[in-house]
Design a protein around this ligand. Structure first.
Ligand code: NAD
Ligand code: DAU
Length: 373
């Protein structure tokens, strides 16, 4: 049995579905169900008797201790976090609370639980912490990719809160001997990603004839990895990773944001040609001709404050030591993802509540989004 935290979010739910399909041992999913957590993501696991869902906060020590003693996991895999950079700019408190204080409380309870284990369970126990490339800061266009020894230089409240949690995880190994492993991954995309993040936002907006907002000059670079490849990396690190080590995971697929949204628009042109929608008023700009290409919806808007210019991950350590490889190419992964969103617009509608509309108003109101409906 393993305890997964934050398993109702984007990566956590993909991880649990993959885990049950490929590994077979039971999973307890501890999730607070914030706006980003959706039990519906795990509908396919709900009837599986190896899967248990528990609603709760990683910061609630008494509750976490109880769950650990009750289920006796051989590992904790910590995905739980506030994860959206823009939200961390508008409201950093929840990021410090969950990512820093929550991880600290989880570590404390894991340490207490682990200290009381007998051998061989004590030596076999793992605390795997899922982190991000953003802790390393921003690269210039000719800089080499981040390695595991690149010094931390976080720039957003989100990145700083993740960096703090990584440091606590490291300290619990060095000070108390807790058997920890940390993975730092680049930008993920794929099914179940909340439509506040660039790729699902662009797919959903473009498919609905709404502006696709691209911050600044659109030339910021991210290194994209299909979520299934990230999940495989976490599984490998958990099962074969060396205790106390960190592993970078990345897609070796650096793209500017403009390249990403243009690729999405080209796929939509093919799957949903706009000629068919030419009489659809959603695709008509007031007083002008109907648009015929989704790329006409791409709109450069006011930049994100402190926007990191470029991320790139050097994943050679996990490749060399654990035999991990990214299997999905960006082009095929993106196409699959566009298909998934077009087929799951009901999921999009179900996760974008009134609170989501308030978020869109807050984040995009002063970015001059154009006048399309
Ligand atoms: P997400 O926002 O989609 O999901 C986060 C999940 O954590 C949600 O289910 C939410 O309900 C839950 N959660 C939040 N606060 C909690 C708390 N206090 N207690 C218990 N559960 C709580 O995030 P994601 O994109 O799936 O990211 C998962 C992890 O992977 C995060 O730690 C993130 O930093 C890391 N990461 C994400 C990416 C990416 O591209 N999305 C890349 C690298 C690393
Ligand atoms: O790098 C890993 C990180 O990737 C994870 O740790 C974070 O949890 C995850 O949210 C993601 O952070 P980013 O800020 O890179 O992802 P996001 O999808 O928000 O933005 C990707 C790029 O697109 C970034 O340069 C900002 C830009 N962007 C984003 C949005 C939401 C836009 O241009 N327009 C937008 O509307």
């Amino acid at each position: 049995m393993i305890l997964v935290t934050g398993g109702a979010g984007f990566i956590g739910s993909n991880f649990i579905l993959d885990w049950l399909a490929t590994k077979g041992t039971p999973v307890v999913n501890l999730d607070k169900l914030t706006y980003a957590g959706n039990p519906a993501n795990l509908a396919a696991a709900a009837k599986d008797d190896r899967y248990v869902f528990v609603k709760g906060d990683i910061g609630d020590r008494e509750f976490v201790g109880k769950i650990l003693r009750e289920h006796k996991p051989r590992a904790v895999v910590n995905f739980a976090a506030e994860s959206h950079v823009d939200r961390s700019i508008h409201g950093p408190d929840a990021f410090v609370q969950t990512n820093v204080v929550g991880t600290f409380n989880l570590l404390e309870e894991a340490r207490a639980y682990w200290s009381n284990l007998k051998e061989p369970e004590r030596s076999d126990f793992r605390f795997l912490h899922v982190s991000t490339d953003e802790v390393y800061g921003s690269l210039g266009s000719n800089d080499p990719a981040f390695t595991e020894t690149t010094s931390y230089s976080p720039n957003s409240p989100y990145a700083a809160s993740k960096a703090a949690s990584d440091h606590l995880v490291r300290a619990y190994h060095h000070t108390y001997g807790l058997p920890v492993i940390t993975t730092n991954c680049s930008n993920n995309y794929g099914p179940f990603q909340f439509p506040e993040k660039l790729i699902p936002l662009a797919i959903v907006n473009a498919a609905r004839g709404k502006p696709v907002p691209v911050y600044g000059d659109g030339l910021n670079v991210r290194d994209w990895l299909y979520v299934g490849d990230h999940c495989a990396g976490v599984r490998l690190a958990l099962n074969k990773g060396r205790v106390g080590e960190t592993y970078n995971i990345g897609g070796n697929a650096e793209k500017t944001n403009l390249e990403v949204v243009q690729s999405i628009c080209a796929i939509l042109d093919e799957l949903r040609p706009l000629e068919a929608a030419i009489h659809d008023s959603r695709f008509t700009i007031h007083g002008s001709k109907p648009i015929t290409r989704h790329s006409s919806l791409v709109t450069l808007v006011k930049d994100r404050p402190g926007h990191d210019r470029r991320y790139a991950m050097d994943a050679r350590k996990i490749e060399r030591e654990l035999g991990w490889r990214a299997r999905e190419r960006f082009e095929t992964g993106l196409r699959k993802t566009v298909h998934w969103y077009l087929d799951h617009m009901d999921w999009v509608d179900s996760v974008t509540s009134g609170a989501y509309r308030d978020w869109v108003e807050l984040n995009y109101a002063d970015r001059e989004m154009g006048n399309r409906k």
